[in-house]
Design a protein around this ligand. Structure first.
Ligand code: CU
Length: 147
């Protein structure tokens, strides 16, 4: 076997095992969580490219809708009280909210791989903050967890 053939065989193996290991992360939508009233839990996730995030209607009167994704990144728009899943294939920062509870600070942040669009995300978060009346600090606290 030539070294080039060996290398591509190894690469194929690595790619196959990476996709086989893609994780599914669960985020609960809660009336009351460890961050207070009306929260996603966990509201910050750092996941690998290709991982899936599933939002669970643990309490019913919530939804999850993405409001900022990196270029060509997936977006999602969950219905009220419905489970919604998204597989994140593009690196970057994703911001999402619960539509009825944005004023109560029900927001979340997902980092996938490198946070190349962090400045865009922070700028977008400023606009969101203007519409948050309670628990305003959450969004910036979650953004501060980005590495
Ligand atoms: Cu909500």
């Amino acid at each position: 076997m030539s070294s080039t053939t060996l290398r591509s065989a190894l690469l194929a193996l690595v790619m196959a095992s990476t996709s086989a290991l893609a994780a599914d992360h669960e985020v609960k939508m809660l009336n009351q969580g460890k961050d207070g009233m009306m929260t996603f839990e966990p509201a910050f996730l750092n996941v690998a490219v290709g991982d899936t995030v599933t939002f669970l209607p643990t309490d019913m009167a919530h939804n999850s809708r993405s409001v900022l994704s990196p270029a060509e990144g997936d977006s999602w728009n969950g219905s009220m009280g419905e489970k919604v899943s998204v597989t994140l294939n593009k690196e970057g920062v994703y911001l999402y909210q619960c539509d009825p509870h944005l004023p109560l600070g029900m927001v979340g942040v997902i980092q996938v791989g490198q946070a190349g669009n962090l400045e865009d995300a922070k700028k977008h978060a400023q606009g969101m903050s203007e519409r948050i009346a309670v628990n305003k600090e959450r969004l910036s606290q979650y953004l501060d967890l980005i590495k």
